[in-house]
Design a protein around this ligand. Structure first.
Ligand code: SF4
Ligand code: SF4
Length: 694
């Protein structure tokens, strides 16, 4: 392992700091599955590994369970390994994580699970420290990027000393915060991987597991003693003083924020008015210093995110002020505003005066207005969701985790549960709905990366059990939402070298799917015809799962490829809204109900056989009913100018389509990427290619 690079200072993001720390401490194998807020850790290991000529093996694994298993087996061979994921990924990985505490490791292993209090981009707000406790793994809780980097060395040392994987749990503010760090040279580790055969340990039968559990409990008691004695992991920011009315026990970002807030309140912690113990080791709880603090204070305020882990593990809980006592909110991020309120209340109840009056604390600037998350302009997923609603408007649409969840804005996502659940939910929904009503199309959507992650197992299950639904794999050849990590299909490995590409179509065929087609979703007309055809086959006598691979490059990653033939569009003027009319006197109504099903405004009602009532107040004149009517009974002429029907801004929902107060549309050139898709959407011919781009 080389150490030729000069020591220098650099401003690093928390995830980069973790990556740096791993390389500085001789990580040899690093695995991950991307997920905000953890995604930049592995690329940083790749970058610093190359810079420092240490070249650890790095891989984007197909899911978190696989990532843990690869890192774990590397640690069996005596190498240092690490695995990174977000906290919901830890749920996926829990099976091998649980056994890892029993079996242990030889080389040090670090499991990084990044939490998202808030939650800003996650399905749940869970606290990984609780899963560490459940799995009986020691966990360290950094309060800043610098501390995250500095905990890597002690974590490896702890892991190797006690032969157990160690978790580091950074939260979003640690992962994405930035700090100036003094970079260190990597440790020289001369380790030749080997595998000491010992089936009683590595392949322990259930009977042996009981013995291993006893051994693990004994090991944890020793770890607790070791952690209790650590001065670096348990910092007294203000010393204990006799009969203190209030003490603070804190960890993670809450500890760092509380220190700043107390200083703003005129109670700098170093002055000792409020004894302040920060522990970076929430489990096993360093019982020595924690007991000392609680015994010496009348009450102790416990500050931690997200769940009450310190609070539950600490002795003498009736003295604690935290979530149990109602002093700390039981959900949501402990932002400076929230924590400021918690501290003010606790100081008030302890009859401790702040040096500065209330109201001067927390000069937090006004928050910028919220913007609704939306797919990027030019995103081909938008074309899929629009086509889905046009082709099968009465459908139910299970979807999945990723950018495409935003298809909810287009009314084309009904469920989003966990990675891969689009496929399994579609199985049960189609079975149930088609028992009751044979005509409800079920169309699941899933991205390519999520399909590799865990959609594939649901597909095998669906084929095997004869479920009938359409699965659209939205294949943009990358893992977009987490920052464009490569998928197995790209054939690029984590460090950018060529690997072996995995063909999604062959994979789907290998799962036993008999109806499969590939197309470019920019061809919206073809896609709509294909969706209808796929559903007809699904519900036919030989039907099962039909798969459409809708392939188009990600608009954010490769805008030029995404917009193959740029087409500038304009909106041709404004016209007074025209209204739909129901004219059975000209053409008899077929009573098919398509117009009622398709109307986005809910303006049509069936009032009898062959009779439809149009609610003029609700009708926006979007023409959808006239387009789907097979007999020409619903009538509405195209206006050739914008009628403010809102179809393009709702069903299509491109952020570049700017709406004025009356609902008339114009193109916002700051957003528009000239994909030209909206021209196909406007039923009135109001959006059209500009003369020069024709
Ligand atoms: S679809 Fe959009 S541009 Fe076309 S008429 Fe309706 S509101 Fe105007
Ligand atoms: S306004 Fe139209 S052309 Fe511009 S990005 Fe949106 S869909 Fe594409």
């Amino acid at each position: 392992m080389g150490s030729k690079n000069k020591v220098r200072k650099e401003i690093l993001m928390g995830n980069q700091a973790l990556g740096r720390g791993l390389v500085e401490n001789g990580v040899a194998v690093m695995t991950a599955y991307p997920g905000t807020p953890s995604s930049e850790i592995l690329p940083s290991v790749v970058q610093y590994g190359a810079e420092m000529q240490s070249q650890p093996y790095c891989e984007w694994s197909v899911n978190e369970k696989v990532a843990v298993e690869v890192a774990l087996s590397a640690a069996y061979t005596g190498q240092r390994s690490a695995v990174a994921m977000k906290m919901v990924g830890l749920n996926v990985a829990l099976d091998p994580v649980m056994s890892s505490a029993y079996i242990g490791v030889i080389g040090g292993m670090i499991l990084i699970s990044a939490d998202d209090p808030g939650p800003h981009s996650s399905q749940t707000e869970q606290d990984s420290r609780l899963l560490a406790h459940f799995a009986k793994l020691p966990v360290l809780d950094p309060d800043s990027p610098a501390m995250a980097r500095d905990l890597v060395g002690p974590a490896f040392a702890l892991s190797e000393r006690f032969q157990i994987p160690v978790m580091i749990r950074p939260t979003l503010r640690v992962c994405h915060g930035r700090q100036n760090l003094n970079l260190r040279t990597p440790k020289e580790l001369e380790r030749v991987p080997g595998f000491p055969r010992d089936p009683f340990r590595w392949a322990a039968i259930p009977k042996m597991r009981l013995a291993l559990h006893h051994a693990l409990n004994a090991k944890l008691a020793k770890i607790q003693d070791y952690l209790s004695k650590s001065k670096s992991l348990n910092q007294w920011h203000a010393p204990l003083r006799p009969r203190a009315p209030l003490g603070i026990l804190a960890s993670g970002v809450s500890a760092a924020l509380a220190r700043d807030l107390l200083a703003e309140m005129g109670l700098p912690v170093g002055e000792g008015k409020v004894p302040f113990l920060q522990t970076a080791a929430p489990y096993p709880l360093p019982i020595g210093p924690v007991s000392e603090l609680i015994a010496g204070c009348r009450n102790v305020l416990v500050l931690e995110e997200t769940e009450p882990v310190l609070e539950l593990l600490a002795p003498n809980r009736d003295k604690l002020w935290g979530r149990g006592s109602g002093h700390v909110p039981s959900a949501g991020e402990l932002t400076p505003e929230v924590l400021g309120g918690v501290l003010e209340r606790a100081l008030g109840e302890a009859k401790l005066k702040a040096a500065r009056p209330k109201g001067k604390v927390l000069s937090v600037p006004d928050q910028p207005p919220m913007r609704r998350p939306n797919l990027c302009p030019g995103c081909s997923h938008r074309a899929v969701f629009y086509s889905l609603r046009r082709a099968l408007p009465t459908g139910v649409y299970p979807s999945d985790i990723g950018c495409y969840t935003l298809g909810m804005n287009q009314g084309a996502v009904d469920t989003c549960h966990d990675m891969g659940a689009a496929v399994t939910f579609a199985s049960a929904l189609s079975r149930g709905l088609n028992q009751a009503d044979k005509d409800t199309p079920v169309v699941a959507t899933i991205g390519d990366s999520t399909f590799f992650h865990s959609g594939i197992t649901g597909l095998v299950n669906a084929v095997y059990n004869g479920h009938r639904f359409v699965l659209v794999i939205l294949d943009n050849e990358t893992t977009s939402m987490t920052g464009m990590q490569p998928t197995p299909e790209s054939g690029l490995t984590a460090d950018g070298h060529p690997g072996n590409a995995v063909d999604i179509k062959k994979l789907v065929e290998g799962c036993g799917v008999r109806w499969i087609t590939e197309l470019d979703p920019y061809q919206m007309g073809d896609l709509q015809k294909t969706l209808k055809k796929a559903w007809r086959w699904c519900k036919g006598p030989e039907g099962s799962v039909a798969v459409i691979i809708a392939r188009h490059a990600c608009a954010a990653q490769r805008p030029r490829d995404a917009v193959a033939s740029p087409c500038k569009v304009e909106v041709k003027g404004q016209a007074a809204p025209v209204k739909t009319s129901f004219r059975p006197q000209d053409n008899p109504c077929a009573d098919c109900g398509r117009c009622v099903a398709v109307c986005p405004a809910g303006a049509l009602t069936r009032t009898g056989k062959g009779k439809i009532k149009v609610d003029e107040a609700k009708c926006t004149g979007c023409r959808l009913c006239a387009e789907v009517c097979p007999t020409g009974t619903m009538v509405l002429e195209p206006a050739g100018a914008c009628v403010a029907c809102g179809l393009c801004s709702t069903w299509f929902a491109c952020p570049a389509l700017a709406k004025d107060a009356e609902g008339y549309i114009s193109i916002d050139r700051g957003w528009c990427v000239d994909c030209g898709l909206c021209a196909e959407v406007c039923a009135h011919g109001a959006i059209a290619p500009l003369e020069e781009s024709k």
